[in-house]
Design a protein around this ligand. Sequence first.
Ligand SMILES: [Zn+2]
Length: 91
Amino acid sequence: MAETIGEAMDAGWDISARCAWGRREGLKSVRERNWRHSIDLVTLVATRGRDFPLARLSERMRCPVCGSRRIAIAYLPKPQPRIMTMRRSTP
Ligand SMILES: [Zn+2]
């Protein structure tokens, strides 16, 4: 189990972030945008350093759509085809 972003990069992990804003609002939050995107680990390591703990990643992120700091991060030790199909292809 990797504990830093450097270890996760070496292990070939796939990390995706999702906006969790509005989840606590209950039923009213049905219309949330569900922003979700995979994170480029190499870029992260290059900017934060290998020793940056995975556990603190969510604190450092903001939703690019609504600016919320409520970001949920999914750690996928190995990319799976089912996950790949859910990705948005952005130019
Ligand atoms: Zn958001």
